[in-house]
Design a protein around this ligand. Structure first.
Ligand code: HEM
Length: 148
């Protein structure tokens, strides 16, 4: 009887441990790092550099940071948000389309930013930076997987 209880206990412990490790694996899978996420981190640096340069009135540095931001965003055109993997096959294309459209819009705003820089229109640059920030926030809300 004691032996039975012990082996039942042992079995329960083993399955609890297995369950726990399966949970950890599921969590890691769910929240895993992506190439898109890595590039986004660099985009964050460039956008920050842009705003810093704007504060200093350093048009050259602004142009460099905007170009970098633009190159980075173009490099992830064909990526897909991690959130898309979690969706049903019938919902997925809509999310991917939303992502593509969002990236196109970012590209458009960056093109307008370039024009505003060329005419040294600081007011317009500031308005566009605000729009990039708002567009980014909205895109993240719709497309980023809430995984923590
Ligand atoms: C200046 C513009 C942007 C900046 C600075 C930016 C920055 C970031 C940062 C810091 C992250 C978190 C990365 C991590 O810790 O793993 C992120 C994630 C993400 N961003 Fe952006 N972002 C920008 C624009 C956009 C736009 C326009 C879209 C979509 C159209 C977008 C879609 C995403 C997605 C989907 C993720 C989650 C990563 C994944 O699913 O693999 N971002 N972004």
């Amino acid at each position: 009887m004691i032996r039975n209880t012990r082996s039942t206990l042992a079995a329960a412990l083993v399955s609890a441990a297995l369950l726990a490790s399966a949970n950890v694996a599921a969590h890691e899978d769910h929240c895993e790092d992506t190439r898109l996420g890595d590039v986004m981190k660099d985009m964050k640096k460039s956008f920050k550099a842009y705003r810093g340069a704007l504060k200093q009135g350093d048009w050259m540095a602004m142009s460099d940071a905007r170009l970098k931001l633009s190159e980075l965003s173009v490099s992830v055109t064909d990526e897909q948000p991690l959130k898309a993997r979690e969706m049903n096959a019938d919902e997925r294309p809509e999310l991917i389309e939303k992502y593509r459209k969002g990236m196109e819009k970012l590209d458009l705003l960056l093109g307008q930013l370039e024009q505003a820089e060329q005419s040294k229109d600081k007011g317009q640059v500031m308005a566009l930076v605000k729009q990039v920030g708002a567009h980014t926030k909205k895109s993240h809300k719709a497309l980023q997987l809430d995984c923590d």
